[in-house]
Design a protein around this ligand. Structure first.
Ligand code: ATP
Length: 335
C-alpha cells in the first residue's frame, strides 16, 4: 500500500514559490492499477515522482508498505528504489547500448556480477515483453512501442513491487498504446505488481485502471473506482475528461434534441445489466415508445457498460422509469 499523509510540494525557482501539490491524502492499494489524470500542470508528475522521491516533499509523510520513505537515508533510499520501477514517455533508453545492455543496467547497478545470471534474467525479461529476438539491436532500430517494451523490461529487472508510469503511452499511436496497456495489465495480473500511471487521456484510464484520481491545479478533485468516476463524474474537470473520451459535446447534443418530442433520459448500466433485453420488455409492459438518440456500449477494464440517451413518448412514463431503476439502471432525466 502507498499512503500519502498531507503530502505537499512547492518548487522554488528564481526566488519564486511554485505550489505544485496541495496537501494531499491518498491511498493506493497493493496490486491495483491506479490512474492519475489531469491537464498539463495539474501536478501529476510531481505526485508520481514523490512516490520514489525523485522529488522531495515540502511536507507530509509517504508510507510504502508501512515504511516511511520520507525518512529514508541515502542508503535506504537506494535500496527502496530497487523496489520501484519507472517508465517514461520518451523511454529514456541509453542509445549507445543494446537492448540487452539497457535491460541489464539495473541488475549491474544492484551489484549482480555473474554474467550468466544477468544473461538469463535479461533473456527472461525480454521474452516477457515480447522482444526475445531483439536483444542485440540498438534502441534506434526499434519502433516506439518496442522501445517502451524495453523500458518496461528494464523497469522490471530488479523485481519491483511498484511500477510508476509517467505518460508511458503518450508518444505512441492508438494501436501501439493499446498493446502496451495490455502488456501492463498482464504484468499487473501475473506479478501482482502495483501500477501507478499518469495520463491526460480518459481512454487510458478506462482501459486498464481499477481506480482513478482526477487532478486539477495541484489537488485531487475526485477519486474512486473507474466505473463510478467514469459513469457518474461529479467534478467539472472529470466531466470534461469523460466528454472528451466520448468525443461529443454535450451542449451540441442538447441542441440536436431540441426538436425531439417526449422525455429525454440518459440510462447508464453496467455489468450483467448491459446485455439484458430490458428496453423492449419495459416498452411492452408500460406502453412507452422510445427512440435512441445516442449511445455507447463499451468496457471499463473488464466491466461491460452502456450509456444510452433515449426519448420516451406516451404510455406510463412513471412505471417505465421505475421499472428501469428496479433493474439496476441509473436513470437521469435530461429534459
Ligand atoms: N522542477 C520544477 N521547478 C519549478 N516548477 C515546477 C517544476 N516541476 C514542475 N513545476 C511546476 O509545478 C506544477 C505542476 O507540474 P507537474 O509537472 O507536476 O504537472 P503535470 O500535471 O505532470 O503536467 P504535465 O502533464 O505537463 O507533465 C506546474 O505549475 C509546473 O510548472
Amino acid at each position: 500500500m502507498i499512503e500519502f499523509h498531507q503530502v505537499h510540494k512547492t518548487y522554488r525557482t528564481g526566488g519564486r514559490d511554485v505550489p505544485a501539490l496541495q496537501p494531499t491524502q491518498l491511498e493506493i492499494a497493493s496490486g491495483e492499477i491506479f490512474g492519475l489524470i489531469g491537464h498539463s500542470g495539474a501536478g501529476k508528475s510531481t505526485l508520481l515522482r514523490l512516490i520514489n522521491r525523485l522529488e522531495e516533499p515540502s511536507g507530509g509523510r509517504i508510507l510504502v508498505s508501512g515504511e516511511d520513505v520520507t525518512a529514508l537515508d541515502a542508503d535506504g533510499l537506494r535500496r527502496f528504489r530497487q523496489r520501484v520501477g519507472m517508465i517514461f514517455q520518451h523511454f529514456n533508453l541509453l542509445m549507445s547500448k543494446t537492448v540487452a545492455d539497457n535491460v541489464a543496467m539495473p541488475l549491474r547497478l544492484a551489484g549482480i556480477r555473474s554474467r550468466s545470471e544477468i544473461d538469463a534474467r535479461v533473456a527472461a525479461l525480454l521474452d516477457r515483453v515480447g522482444l526475445k529476438d531483439h536483444a542485440r539491436k540498438y534502441p534506434a532500430q526499434l519502433s516506439g512501442g518496442q522501445k517502451q517494451r524495453v523500458g518496461i523490461a528494464r523497469a522490471l529487472a530488479t523485481e519491483p513491487s511498484i511500477l510508476l508510469c509517467d505518460e508511458a503511452t503518450s508518444a505512441l499511436d492508438p494501436q501501439t498504446t493499446a498493446s502496451v496497456l495490455q502488456l501492463l495489465a498482464e504484468i499487473n495480473r501475473e506479478l501482482k505488481l502495483t501500477i501507478v500511471l499518469i495520463t491526460h487521456e480518459m481512454d487510458v484510464i478506462r482501459r486498464v485502471c481499477d481506480r482513478v484520481a482526477v487532478m486539477d491545479a495541484g489537488a485531487i478533485v475526485e477519486q474512486g473506482p473507474v466505473t463510478e468516476v467514469f459513469l457518474h463524474p461529479k467534478h467539472p474537470t472529470t466531466q470534461r475528461f469523460v466528454l472528451e473520451d466520448e468525443a461529443m459535446d454535450e451542449s451540441e447534443l442538447h441542441d440536436d434534441f431540441a426538436h425531439v418530442p417526449g422525455r429525454i433520459l440518459r440510462l447508464t448500466f453496467q455489468g450483467d445489466a448491459t446485455y439484458k433485453p430490458l428496453l423492449g420488455t419495459v416498452a411492452r409492459e408500460t406502453g412507452v415508445d422510445y427512440s435512441i438518440l445516442s449511445g455507447r456500449i463499451d468496457r471499463i477494464k473488464d466491466t461491460p457498460y452502456g450509456q444510452l440517451t433515449l426519448a420516451l413518448i406516451g404510455g406510463d412514463m412513471a412505471a417505465a422509469m421505475a421499472r428501469l431503476q428496479a433493474a439496476d439502471v441509473h436513470v437521469e432525466v435530461l429534459r
